[in-house]
Design a protein around this ligand. Structure first.
Ligand code: SAM
Ligand code: SF4
Ligand code: FES
Length: 337
């Protein structure tokens, strides 16, 4: 039988706002999130091998270094056979999930991606896609090809802020995408940025309630980090501690989901991923591509791991995880029922 967590099942929005607004209960919050994580998903950490296969993007999200209006970036697109090579190599290294992520690059349409997914699925791995907004039919083609999961952060549930941050994008379409992914049987991942200019604590509370409302299977939360070649270049970075609190509350409320210790957290705090793993997270996504691409996938500056290779990252993260008494999962890491 599950141990009783000394906490009511659900916080009200008012309580979430109160917790996010004050730092006096942080120790309690992080240790409770750690307990819930241990009880519902255990000590094993799931490693997902990340392949950032194209930094070409048709969108203009104001915070992101890959936005098409940024001319100060060396664009690349990894060829299909190399994507498959990295995925199979990741499987050989022991990864049980491969994550294919990119800008919204029209060259890699659903048909081309489906061929890649089919080939990767011949290795014994789960495949997660994170390639942005598509039609129902495209998502269906990718699901039929064998894709298991999809990551599409809502970024913010504040409709006005969403509009400001995403020129020519539509909040309702973002929600439609998440709904379609659910209908099609994907494990659905979403999440938000913390610290966007104009974002309120109330809207962060709404983000957490949204994760509950759509019953997200995975939630990635990352602090905003200002990129010098974007319209938000002078905006202050998001707060590591606030992002950690949003993450901890998400663990406490959604319990058995998968939550990554995000790279952006480690960019702001040299021990960020380990702190996150001790505050509710149970997933890490090390990069499994060659060093040459890492610098160029600059969604924000000072990204970690840009000079390392796949073997170095694997060794580094395994050591860190073991140093805090946790283990590396050997299964594919679907949401625990
Ligand atoms: N293009 C796809 C999409 O937007 O869903 C996937 C790739 S996109 C680079 C992945 C995530 O990067 C976004 O969901 C966003 O939250 C995050 N991101 C972009 N710019 C960022 C920044 N300046 N600071 C922190 N995270 C950022
Ligand atoms: Fe493109 Fe994604 Fe960056 Fe937006 S967040 S500009 S969609 S890569
Ligand atoms: Fe890449 Fe530590 S995980 S260097």
């Amino acid at each position: 039988m599950r141990a009783i967590i000394p906490l009511m099942e659900i916080f009200s929005k008012k309580e979430i706002v109160e917790i996010l607004s004050n730092d006096d209960k942080n120790d309690w919050l992080f240790s409770l999130a750690d307990k819930v994580r241990k009880e519902y998903v255990g000590d094993a950490v799931h490693l997902r091998g990340l392949i950032e296969f194209s930094n070409i993007c048709k969108r203009t999200c104001k915070y992101c270094g890959l936005r098409c209006e940024n001319k100060n970036i060396d664009r690349y697109r990894i060829e299909a056979e190399d994507i498959i090579f990295y995925a199979k190599k990741a499987a050989e290294m022991g990864y049980r999930t491969v994550v294919l992520q990119s800008g919204e690059d029209e060259f890699y349409n659903a048909k081309k991606l489906a061929e890649i997914v089919k080939e990767i699925k011949k290795a014994d791995v789960a495949v997660t896609l994170s390639v942005g907004e598509m039609s129902f039919d495209d998502y269906k083609m990718l699901k039929d090809a064998g894709a298991d999961r999809y990551l599409l952060r809502i970024e913010t549930t504040d409709r006005n802020l969403y509009k400001q941050m995403h020129p020519n994008m539509d909040f309702d379409n973002r929600k439609r995408c998440l709904k379609d992914l659910r209908t099609l049987g994907y494990e659905v991942g979403t999440g938000c940025l913390v610290g966007l200019k104009g974002q309120t604590i109330e809207s962060l509370a709404d983000d957490i309630l949204f994760f509950m409302e759509i019953n997200a299977d995975m939630v990635g939360i990352g602090p905003f980090i200002a990129h010098p070649d974007t319209p938000l270049k002078d905006a202050p970075n998001g707060s590591f501690s606030l992002a950690l609190k949003v993450m901890a509350l998400t663990r406490i409320l959604l319990k058995n989901i998968n939550i990554p210790a995000t790279t952006a957290m480690e960019t702001l705090n040299p021990n960020g991923r380990i702190i996150a793993l001790q505050s509710g997270a149970n997933v890490v996504m090390p990069n499994v591509t060659s060093t040459e691409y890492r610098k160029k996938y600059e969604i924000y500056p000072n990204k970690i791991c840009i000079n390392e290779n796949p073997e170095q990252c694997r060794g580094c993260i395994e050591n860190k995880i073991k140093s805090i008494g946790r283990t590396i999962a050997t299964d594919c890491g679907f949401r625990k029922k």
